[in-house]
Design a protein. Structure first.
Length: 380
């Protein structure tokens, strides 16, 4: 009878370095990873003796939680795949993967330096358990790790000596524990709606999930991406004082940029959804909404930058001025990522035949209906 494929139970070793003392490196060598795996196996046996019936797989790499909590859990799935290739019973049922010549054995196991300054470093592991044991072992891990999952003194000392850091805390967590911890962190900074979308993408990616941001922007997860209402569409549904609307729009863009940065870190795409009547073009980190073609009876198109304190350019509006103080709007562009601004300006200048110069308004300019507008006279 063909042996059943073992079931992977993901866990993690969480390190909290003393503030301001991040590890000087993010990976362990093969030999170091093997030494750590032996220490971890001893710790886990003391916490949950049933682990002896499973294979421990360890990746000698330190990640931020945004790198581990990505759709499909690519770090763990890569670790599990590599571990399953090692003949069963090899290395006393403990297998560790470290760096060789500065590289991990697979790209998903390479931590990014972009997140190296985070307050917590996470070393991923899996227990590959026989099918008949997996449920019981999983239950025991959930109970024991959250209650008394501190590493042994030998493991903590080894980590500090090898990485050259001091540690405030070092403990074992299940992946569910890590999910719960991240949920609390995002809720603490008013990002609970983002977490509801991310959790769906991680755990039930086949489902759809709709929510609303703290500032009232409609958000939806579907088909592997997050769809967000465009600022233009949000603005069209607002009422009240014009100055208050401009201030609220700046808040919406701030929130969108926050979402875009975090979702990008979690490798979950964000797309802005405009009103269905607009011609749109979505690029990497921006949305372009076209309202009208240039009119030869007006002056050549000009690019105007709506700005807000702390945000810089909130939106770019392409407009034309005419006689008797008339002006018309051709397009709005929303840069969500800083690196999108340059390419967006070049695209707008080429598309509308305008000079590449960007006229700074110094504020968000709205018309009498509360929509983005341009001045009737060119600013100097």
């Amino acid at each position: 009878m063909e042996a059943q494929t073992p079931i992977a139970l993901p866990i993690v070793l969480a390190l909290e370095p003393v503030a301001g003392e991040p590890p000087a490196r993010l990976t362990l060598t093969r030999d170091e990873a093997a030494e750590l795996a032996a220490l971890v196996a001893t710790d886990l046996h003391a916490l949950v003796p049933q682990v002896d019936a499973a294979r421990l797989a360890l990746a000698g790499a330190l990640f931020d939680q945004v790198e581990l909590l990505r759709p499909g859990f690519p770090v763990w799935s890569t670790l599990d795949e590599l571990a399953r290739r090692v003949p069963r019973g090899h290395l006393e049922n403990v297998v560790a993967f470290g760096s060789h010549d500065g590289h991990m054995p697979a790209q998903p196991l390479e931590p990014s330096t972009l997140y190296a300054e985070g307050p917590m470093r996470l070393l991923p592991m899996s227990l590959l358990a026989p099918a008949e044991l997996a449920e019981e072992l999983s239950d025991q891990l959930e109970i024991q790790l959250v209650g008394r999952g501190e590493t042994g003194a030998l493991t903590a000392d080894w980590l500090m000596r090898t990485l050259g850091i001091r540690l405030e805390h070092v403990r074992y967590l299940s992946r569910n524990d890590l999910l719960a911890l991240t949920c609390v962190q995002y809720e603490h900074v008013n990002l609970a709606p983002l977490w509801s979308l991310l959790e769906t993408a991680l755990l039930t990616p086949y489902r759809e999930e709709s929510t609303m941001s703290a500032r009232g922007l409609a958000l939806r997860y579907a088909d592997g991406k997050v769809l967000a209402q465009s600022p233009s569409q949000w603005l069209a549904g607002q009422g009240g004082d014009i100055a208050e609307r401009a201030h609220a729009l700046a808040g919406i863009v701030f929130e969108l940029r926050q979402y875009a940065a975090l979702l990008d870190a979690h490798q979950l795409p964000l797309q802005l959804q405009p009103a269905p009547t607009l011609a749109v073009e979505a690029g990497d980190g921006y949305l372009l909404e076209t309202l009208a073609a240039a009119d030869a009876r007006y002056d050549p198109p000009t690019l105007f930058a709506h700005e807000a304190p702390g945000l810089g350019v909130v939106a770019i509006t392409v407009g034309q001025r005419g006689e008797q103080g008339q002006s018309r709007v051709l397009a709005h562009a929303w840069p969500l990522k800083p690196q999108a601004l340059g390419s967006l300006l070049a695209l707008l200048a080429d598309r509308h035949g305008s000079a590449g110069e960007l006229h700074a308004l110094g504020r968000i300019m709205l018309d009498g209906d509360g929509q983005l507008a341009v001045p009737a006279t060119i600013l100097h």
